[in-house]
Design a protein around this ligand. Sequence first.
Ligand code: NI
Length: 148
Amino acid sequence: MGRKRKERCVERFGVSIDPALLREFDIYIKQKGYGTRSEAIRDLIRDVLAEKKTAQKLERSKGKVYAILTIVYNHHLPKLAEKVLEIQHHGADIIISSMHIHIDQENCLEVVAMKGLGRDVLEIIDRISSIKGVRMGKYILLPEDIPS
Ligand code: NI
């Protein structure tokens, strides 16, 4: 009279994927020590959703947040560097610091640190990232009170 094993309700779905991408993914999950692709995919989905939830919370926060934006651009493109600079000067009350790295003859990497209300910080991020020619615009948001 064994107790009936409690079945966890799971759903299955099929994924169409490029074979080369799948091979790369298999290498990744092996390195990470996952037993199965399902385990790895579940973790990735959880991570993405948790990250999104945190970002949304910070974006809507009534308090201030820190933001770090990284961008890459070709400084030879007409007016591009000027536009990036202009927006930064315009947001001088929010921008704490910026660092400019000359990657090579053409490309520049810029890291912009900000502190302000979520919506104000995001507005600057959007304005800079949407300049034509600005590439790899990635940002992270952090709460003003960094949890210990
Ligand atoms: Ni440069």
